[in-house]
Design a protein. Structure first.
Lengths: 274, 275, 342
């Protein structure tokens, strides 16, 4: 049979290619850290401005429970904000596709809202919603939901017309057309939106914390910064980076499960080497 | 522009009348454009009889695909009417299997699940049809690929899946719009043979749209020639070759006569200009 | 202060000669105000402690009246976002002079071994204030226990709060801190999202004006409640002072001239500030000048305006040691110098 063989697993790659996938970035990171450590140890840069990586790691361990506690708050904020943006963004996208009046009414408003810099309206959110978790969740939502709406709209509109004709000729109702064709077809685009939104939700939570908060990693960054505890500031930033990456990674894993079939997810075995 | 209708009279005209499966009467299709309306199909009248294999050939843009869409009920007629088994077509007709040029397989379903999509959407019981699905896929040689995904198959294989999907629910009417148009010549010929075999077994009523004169002659009982836009019927030509037709029949004089007939129709409408 | 004025209206060779020979020592000894050509003006970055308000009018008066430029200084005034951020820019060399809290300068010098020196003190009494709204359960400092106080991280009112707390028997562990973006602190107090708010006394006119629904804004000023210390003044790095003492002298003296001008001509000074801060509300800004006058001891100062006494410097340091746990305090005498004020 003339079917091209397409492997989807890393195991099919030769071992050295597999190892280099982790080796290259790891070695690069190590070299950067070594230079960083040397520069700060030599005192070329004040520790107030840039602490040594060893100091950052040490501070992270010393303040571990504090960091964990603060991470908990920030994580709750961006998870809820992300959840809200999915819960509202997906249906909104579907509505825009299925209802012309809604599309005409809402689309310009959405774009206007998106171009509004959230850092500018965050203080207003705080005044309206108070200084607790609600305002942070809503700021995270406000920043994260637009990509989801747009990508949902694009995805739902990208179904091949023939597939829709086919389902209709099978007697399919509009809901069935949605369920069997439009929605699954839209999933790759939707996931692209979700991945972008996942990082934006973290940003939103921190923006909110910067304006006003009494806990969270953003709060800790400000307070540590204010007390000249620069190592702790970096430790917070490190923690935030890890949280953001883990979250993104989880969304990506989910995408891998759901959207294995899409051309963007396939890995084609390299023919020969280069 | 004179239609040279050299159709030979039907031997059983009376019976044909009664078996008028698909009846197309004075059908127009006009698209409202920006200012100018575009007439795609102009006053077409045609009958398709039960168990008949009818091809429609014509140049691009002559409205043959539009005609098929109207028969399927996927596109409304602008004027005239279409009846299938005596009932007017006003919405998508469902006792039908449709195959498009683009195979329209769902990328996220396996080959087997794509065939069974027909069953799922109709809310029938999968269990009742799984055996047929396996059989159909075996007939087209895809048993080993039942659990593969469409992107793992070649174009010809995908179209075969599409064909199985069109047959699994045992429809009484088949509509095919240039199903082999995207395939290479050799695969196309193989598909013609496969289609003939399957059709001979099931004798479904078939409306088959194609560009290819030879494909039309090879497969059909009647070939309808359509004019360039706005599409009208130039001729209906009955093909009287015995079945099953082998590839070699294409080299016979009789085949050649039919081909000439059709070609002359095209040339009468200004197509296939020789230098 | 004004010695021989050397006019430079002759040819380039004369100018060059003067430039090359004058140098630091000559300028210092003669106390000369050197008129240099515009092209030779020394670029200086001056970082404030905050967004410019009425209390910062003196610096803009000095700028607009040419007190800096006539001394050969091309001064850029940058707004700040808190004490520690400002001190960082000083250490990083991004600014040559800062206007910041002296107590915090002391703490940074002790902790980070950064050689910061105070050259003048403007807020000779601590202007740090706890603002609260009357009738919501706070009548004395100890009532702050269990209440929410809005603060801006890195701000000297927060850094110096332990001194206020200990002087008034407040258990700091019982205070609930709310971090707020500096621009939102007023709103957070006025809409009762927090029970109290700490910042400088200068904010009082703004708060009083914006208070809603008959709310009355009350204060606990640190210096009235047992925590008096030197607050904001001009700071610079030791190294810079060694390198460019004449620039430092010119800067300090021009600034003090600006101060005098602003206090004597408040309306004009505010107008000059408004040129740089168009959104300024002049009426409330004007109300800050009398507060400024009191803080710098305008009417009762011994020695040059803005000068620092070793005694009070020591008292400030003692407060830092006692209440803020300052370790390795630098010798007081090294912390300041009045020499540029003369």
């Amino acid at each position: 049979m003339a079917a091209p063989s397409i492997g989807n697993n890393v195991e099919t790659l030769p071992w050295i290619a597999r190892v280099s996938r982790y080796l290259y970035p790891a070695v690069t990171a190590i070299i950067i850290f070594m230079i960083w450590e040397a520069v700060t140890r030599a005192g070329w840069v004040s520790s107030l401005i840039l602490p040594a990586p060893s100091a950052i790691i040490a501070t992270s361990f010393e303040n571990f429970s504090l960091l964990m506690q603060m991470s908990g708050t920030t994580t709750a904020e961006f998870l809820l904000g992300f959840g809200l943006s999915v819960a509202i963004g997906l249906p909104l996208g579907a509505l825009v596709v299925y209802s012309k009046p809604i599309e005409l009414a809402i689309y310009p408003l959405l774009v206007a809202f998106q171009t509004l810099p959230k850092a500018a309206i965050a203080p207003i959110f705080i005044v309206w919603l108070g200084t607790g978790i609600t305002s942070k969740v809503l700021i995270a939502f406000a920043i994260a939901f637009f990509p989801i709406v747009i990508d949902t709209v694009v995805g739902l509109r990208s179904a091949q017309p023939e597939t829709i004709h086919l389902v209709r000729s099978m007697g399919g109702s509009p809901l069935q057309v949605f369920w069997y064709v439009r929605f699954p077809n839209a999933l790759p685009a939707i996931f692209a939106g979700l991945k972008v939104a996942s990082t934006l939700a973290v940003v939103g939570a921190i923006v909110g914390e910067f304006v006003s908060s009494d806990r969270g990693l953003g709060y800790l960054v400000l307070v540590a910064n204010g007390e000249l505890k620069t190592s702790l500031v970096f430790a917070c930033v490190l923690m935030l980076t890890i949280l953001g990456m883990v979250f993104y990674f989880l969304v990506e894993q989910l995408e891998g499960l759901v959207v294995r079939w899409h051309v963007s997810s396939r890995q084609i075995e390299a023919v020969g080497s280069y | 522009m004179t239609p040279a209708a050299t159709a030979e009279p039907r031997r059983d005209a009376g019976a044909a009348q009664r078996n008028r499966f698909v009846h197309i009467q004075n059908v127009d299709k006009t698209y409202a454009g920006r200012g100018n309306a575009l007439k795609a199909v102009d006053n077409v009248s045609l009958d398709l009889h039960e168990g008949e294999f009818l091809s429609v050939v014509g140049p691009s843009g002559c409205g043959k695909s539009t005609l098929m869409m109207m028969v399927a009920g996927l596109s409304p007629v602008s004027s005239g009417e279409i009846k299938i088994k005596g009932e007017r077509v006003t919405k998508p007709y469902t006792d039908v299997g449709v195959v498009f040029q683009r195979d329209a397989l769902l990328e996220w379903r396996t080959v087997l699940d794509n065939v069974l999509l027909q069953i799922d959407v109709r809310r029938l019981r999968r269990g009742d049809y799984e055996a047929s699905a396996h059989t159909l896929l075996e007939r087209v040689g895809l048993t080993d690929f039942e659990n593969s995904y469409p992107w793992e198959l070649s174009g010809g294989m995908r179209q075969r899946v599409s064909l199985c999907r069109g047959l699994i629910h045992n429809p009484s009417l088949l509509l095919m719009d240039e199903p082999f148009g995207a395939l290479d010549a050799l695969t196309r010929e193989q598909m013609n043979l496969d289609l003939q075999t399957i059709w001979l077994e099931t004798r479904k009523t078939m409306l088959f749209i194609t560009h290819s004169i030879w494909e039309a002659i090879f497969l059909s009982d009647h070939v309808v020639v359509m004019t360039p836009r706005p599409g009208r019927i130039a001729a209906v030509i009955r093909i009287d070759l015995p079945r099953p037709r082998r590839l070699a029949v294409r080299e016979t004089a009789e085949f050649g006569r039919y081909a000439t007939l059709i070609r002359e129709q095209f040339q009468a409408y200004g197509l296939l200009k020789e230098h | 202060m004004t010695g021989n004025q050397r006019s430079k209206s002759f040819g380039p060779s004369r100018r060059n000669f003067l430039r090359n020979s004058a140098g630091a020592g000559l300028a210092l000894a003669a106390g000369t105000r050197i008129r240099t050509a515009r092209a030779a003006a020394e670029k200086v970055n001056f970082q404030l402690d905050w967004i410019p308000y009425g209390r910062h009018a003196p610096y803009y008066a000095a700028l607009e009246k040419g007190f800096y430029s006539s001394r050969g200084l091309d001064v850029s005034i940058a707004q700040g976002r808190g004490t520690l951020q400002g001190i960082r820019t000083l250490i990083a060399g991004q600014s040559q002079f800062v206007f910041q809290d002296i107590g915090v300068m002391m703490a940074v010098r002790a902790k980070e071994h950064a050689q910061i020196k105070a050259l003048a003190c403007m807020y000779q009494k601590s202007p740090h204030t706890v603002f609260y709204i009357k009738g919501h359960g706070i009548t004395k400092p100890k009532d702050l226990e269990g209440k929410r106080i809005a603060f801006s991280p890195g701000d000297s009112p927060k850094l110096m709060f332990p001194a206020f707390a200990k002087a008034n028997g407040i258990d700091e562990a019982k205070v609930k801190w709310l971090s707020v973006d500096p621009n939102s602190k007023n709103a957070v107090l006025l809409n009762h999202s927090s029970d109290a708010m700490i910042t400088y006394i200068f904010t009082l006119p703004v708060l009083q004006k914006a208070a809603q629904g008959g709310d009355v804004v009350e204060t606990f000023v640190y210096s009235d409640y047992g925590a008096d210390f030197y607050s904001d003044g001009i700071g610079a790095m030791e190294e810079y002072l060694k390198e460019k003492p004449e620039v430092a002298r010119n800067f300090v003296q021009a600034t003090m001239e600006g101060f005098k001008y602003a206090i004597e001509h408040p309306k004009e000074a505010i107008a000059m500030l408004k040129k740089h801060q168009p959104q300024l509300d002049e009426d409330t800004a004007l109300k800050e000048i009398p507060l400024l006058r009191k803080l710098i001891n305008y009417d009762h100062h011994d020695g040059p305006l803005g000068s620092v006494t070793e005694e009070k410097m020591k008292a400030t340091q003692d407060l830092m040691i006692k209440y803020l746990g300052l370790k390795n305090p630098p010798p007081v005498a090294e912390m300041f110098t009045n020499r540029f004020l003369n």
